[in-house]
Write a protein that binds this ligand. Structure first.
Ligand SMILES: *Cc1c(COP(=O)(O)O)cnc(C)c1O
Length: 409
């Protein structure tokens, strides 16, 4: 089965009650049983079933299984948001005194989070890019994880997953990647050696911009050595399921970062068209990047452009596609605002992965809490516009952007 067929008919798709073609939305907090004994069994994982939606729920389960299959993982856990997924994926393995190595071209909220984790004794060392050369000097005895985005948002650096995962594994360290911008349609990071994959499923997986959510997928392949990861001692018995068992029975359940049933359903129906949308979005983005690059003082950054340093990785690792985001440098903040205000179709909104094209000026919005240096490292300048390309007709988008650019002062 290829991607779209697997999406619609894979193992994760079950028979639902009454022949329904989609999972029912179990919009409940709790599940009742005939007897106290029955509930006791379910509660203590000695019988299959659901007890309470913070811990598990059928439609959430259906969503998790589907993402897990697409990513080729062992288990998946859905979360209330992408930030909750990033946070819990890391806290599941970290303790006070531990260090994270992270790329600097990350989503602004994730960089902010690493600042917040300092109060809990967890420090982050930033590498300009997640490459073997950049991370090697940052590794210490305390390094417990390397974290990066497969395609950085908004830096648009691409991680060489195979090279980096081989290197970090040789040091006994796992690689956790945020693959929100790449999606499983471009790459399954686990097949290239990543140990855990997280998504803000608010973006491309949902696709319609109608629900906030996140998901964590574990490969089951990393061996969590008790000396380096003492918290895993009691979970060794779960073998390949150790990471997910620890997450479900620990920090995820107790912090209460569960996904709402209705939002799981919205993701479930949205992801039916993930492959179709990504095809259209990636071809629109490439055409748009080509059309605006070099026009009236504008330069475009897009991984699939011929002159982009990541073009070879786009070919070898991302199925030839550059994703749905491009950034443009337009000369000044004034010109950036002038361009954004002139566009007919692109909405001024802080999101990505919508079917509608969205634009934002990152320096005055998403990056407002970050330092100048953090902005530069993430490829954000005063004149940078980020475009999240939608599924409109490409020729209309190109006409809209090129005429706005030609009119710039
Ligand atoms: C949006 C985003 C997040 C955060 O996700 P939310 O669902 O908004 O909490 C994390 N990582 C990346 C790459 C994102 O684009």
């Amino acid at each position: 089965m290829k991607f779209n067929t697997q999406l619609l008919h894979g193992n994760a798709i079950k028979r639902y009650p009454d022949g329904a073609t989609l999972p029912p939305i179990s919009q409940v907090s709790a599940f009742a049983y005939e007897t106290a004994q029955d509930l006791e069994k379910v509660f203590n994982n000695r019988a299959p079933g659901y007890a309470y939606t913070r811990i598990s729920n059928p439609v959430v389960d259906s969503f998790e299984r589907r993402v897990c299959e697409l990513e080729g993982g062992k288990g998946a856990v859905a979360c209330s948001s992408g930030m909750s997924a990033v946070t819990l994926a890391l806290l599941n393995i970290l303790e006070a005194g531990d260090e994270i190595i992270a790329g600097s071209g990350l989503f602004g909220g994730t960089i902010d989070l690493f600042g917040d984790l300092k109060a809990f004794g967890i420090t982050t060392r930033f590498a300009k890019q997640i490459t073997v050369e950049e991370i090697a000097p940052l590794i210490t005895d305390k390094t417990k994880v390397v974290f990066g985005e497969v395609i950085g948002n908004p830096g648009l650096d691409v991680i060489d997953l195979k090279a980096v995962s081989e290197f970090v594994h040789s040091k006994g360290i796992p690689l956790i990647v945020d693959s929100t911008t790449a999606t499983p349609y471009l790459v399954q990071p686990i097949a290239y050696g990543a140990d855990v994959v997280v998504h803000s499923s608010s973006k491309y997986i949902n696709g319609g911009g109608n629900a906030i959510s996140g998901v964590i997928v574990d490969s089951g392949k990393f061996s969590w050595d008790n000396k380096r990861y003492p918290g895993f001692a009691e979970y060794q018995k779960y073998g390949e399921f150790a990471y997910v068992a620890k997450l479900r029975n620990g920090i995820w359940r107790n912090m209460g970062g569960c996904l709402a049933p209705m939002n799981a359903f919205l993701n479930f129906i949205g992801m039916d068209t993930l492959g179709l949308r990504m095809d259209k979005i990636c071809s629109n983005a490439l055409e748009l990047a080509k059309a605006v690059d070099g026009l009236n003082g504008v330069t475009a950054n897009y991984p699939a452009l011929e002159n982009n340093p990541y073009k070879p990785l786009v070919e070898s690792q991302l199925n030839g596609m550059g994703g749905g985001i491009l950034t443009m440098r337009v000369g000044s903040k004034e010109r950036a605002y002038q361009l954004m205000n002139h566009l007919k179709y692109a909405l001024n909104a802080t999101n990505i992965g919508d079917v509608r094209t969205l634009v934002i000026h990152p320096a005055s919005t998403i990056y407002i809490h970050n330092t100048e240096e953090q902005m530069r490292d993430a490829g954000v300048y005063a004149d940078t516009i980020r475009v999240s390309v939608g599924i409109e007709d490409g020729s209309d988008l190109i006409e809209d952007f090129t005429s706005a650019i030609k009119d710039l002062d």
